[in-house]
Design a protein around this ligand. Structure first.
Ligand SMILES: C[S@@+](CC[C@H](N)C(=O)[O-])C[C@H]1O[C@@H](n2cnc3c(N)ncnc32)[C@H](O)[C@@H]1O
Length: 297
């Protein structure tokens, strides 16, 4: 080896070293952001999920040096992914910090479903930014976690939000045909519990079995955002029939559990209904397979 190539080798080694130092500090900076996620979600993650997230956090620097970017996953359901840059880097959605707290209140398992929270928030903001007229509604409220997102933006922009639920879980009458194999669920709630999460101002709680709870007021309204999350065929088809004609042009229809394969009645109702209208669904990769559509003008 002549001296010039030895020298060349030396400077190459120095630059590799500098490069890895930069990569290490970059990985540590990323690690800090992950710590923030673990801190926010940590209070509500299960002990196992938290242990996993901490392990990922500690080994993140090393993993990133090996093969960035990695999909960080457990062998089971959870993975650690980026949060949207517009929130964590550019801070365009400061309200998400508060909404994230409501998202997990009394329902800790929601903490892993951040894509769903972001998708709801960003699309509602889009509707507002475009000036789509109308109120908001949700069918299937349970403890008010997703309702809190609708209620936040409704309050901020002078709209009302109508929250339909039995607040006693599935109605026996709906556990028939497609859903005869399902069991009574979501009974562990109440209007007060949902109110604690979604608040009171500009929120109307409509208690009872949908669609029997529809009244002249909810019938005459126009809706800009409708969130259907009622798990079963009967309320889902009734919700689509009631809300779709009342959805404003450009309005947002969010259907939870469409692609998740667990609530087969939801998919059946939605497929049946959408074959008769000139609209197309977009599916999201959140936990239970949310689908959305924006009504044509
Ligand atoms: C999965 S939970 C809703 C969860 C909630 N959207 C969230 O993300 O926080 C489904 C809810 O649908 C409600 N539900 C189902 N069928 C209904 C019906 N026919 N009328 C009113 N509520 C109904 C149940 O009582 C239950 O609270």
């Amino acid at each position: 080896m002549d001296s010039s190539s030895a020298e060349g080798h030396g400077s190459a080694a120095a630059s590799v070293k500098a490069n890895s130092r930069e990569r290490v500090s970059r990985a540590l900076r990323e690690g800090e952001r992950l710590s923030e996620l673990v801190r926010v979600a940590g209070r509500s993650l299960s002990a196992n999920a938290l242990r996993f997230a901490r392990r990922v956090e500690t080994s993140l620097g090393v993993w990133r040096l090996l093969a960035p970017p990695l999909v960080l996953h457990s062998r089971r359901r959870m993975y650690v992914a980026y949060r949207p840059d517009c929130d964590v880097v550019h801070h365009l959605h400061p309200e998400l910090a508060v909404l994230a707290e409501s998202w997990v209140k009394h329902t800790p398992k929601n903490s892993g479903d951040l894509p769903r929270l972001y998708a709801l928030a960003f699309n509602i903001k889009q509707i507002i930014a475009e000036g789509v007229p109308g109120d908001f509604a949700e069918l299937g409220v349970f403890r008010g976690n997703s309702a809190a997102v609708l209620a936040h933006y409704a309050r901020q922009h002078g709209r009302s939000v109508f929250l339909f639920d039995t607040f006693e879980g599935f109605a026996a009458k709906d556990l028939s045909r497609t859903d005869a194999n399902k069991v009574r669920d979501f009974a562990a709630t109440s209007v007060d519990m949902a109110r604690e999460v979604a608040g009171d101002s500009q929120v109307v709680y409509v208690k009872g079995r949908f669609p029997e709870t529809v009244n002249a007021d909810t019938e005459r309204r126009q809706y800009a955002v409708v969130h259907l999350d009622c798990d079963l065929y009967e309320p889902m088809i009734a919700g689509l029939r009631f809300f779709f004609p009342r959805l404003s042009p450009g309005g947002l229809l969010v259907i939870h559990d469409y692609g998740g394969a667990h609530w087969d009645g939801v998919k059946r109702a939605v497929d049946e209904f959408t074959t008769g209208i000139n609209e197309r669904l977009v599916q999201l990769p959140d936990k239970a397979g949310t689908a959305m559509l924006r009504k044509s003008a």
